[in-house]
Design a protein around this ligand. Structure first.
Ligand code: THU
Length: 130
């Protein structure tokens, strides 16, 4: 974990948060992650007049990951409009586990945690393969 530049990752999350489109909740969110090959990917929340169609910041982060060549995430952080660390919602933990390296670390409101700590006994593609 020492090789992860958390302040830089948080800055990327803050920059993403500043691009948030959240006119309905007025709750801007930004997320950033480091890939195993050293890229920083990020995303912001994107709301919609049809409220249920809202895309969390993690959704656009995963799009950024795939559009930039894919790969696995090794470190993740998420912030609100005050730049405070924010927990990914339950749905987004599921979204993240699919693209997380086995040792991925998340910055959380209660310290640095592994993916398994924030989403124990996750349902993954392993289950589909029997
Ligand atoms: N939100 C995220 O972007 N990520 C999360 O993990 C939690 C919630 C957004 C969705 C919505 O635009 C706003 O926060 C309020 O729920």
């Amino acid at each position: 974990m020492s090789e992860i530049n958390w302040p830089q990752l948080r800055e990327a999350a803050i920059a993403a948060m500043q691009k948030s489109y959240s006119p309905y909740s007025n709750f801007a969110v930004g997320a950033a992650a480091l890939t195993a090959d050293g890229r920083v990917v990020s995303g912001c929340n994107i709301e919609n007049a049809s409220y249920g169609l809202t895309l969390c910041a993690e959704c656009s982060l995963i799009s950024d990951l795939l559009m930039g060549g894919g790969g696995k995430l090794v470190a993740f952080t998420c912030v609100d409009a005050q730049s405070n660390v924010l927990m990914p919602c339950g749905r987004c933990r599921q979204l993240l586990v699919e693209h997380a390296a086995p040792n991925m670390i998340l910055e959380t409101v209660s310290g640095f945690k592994t993916m398994a700590e924030v989403l124990p006994d996750a349902f993954t593609r392993e289950e589909l393969n029997g």
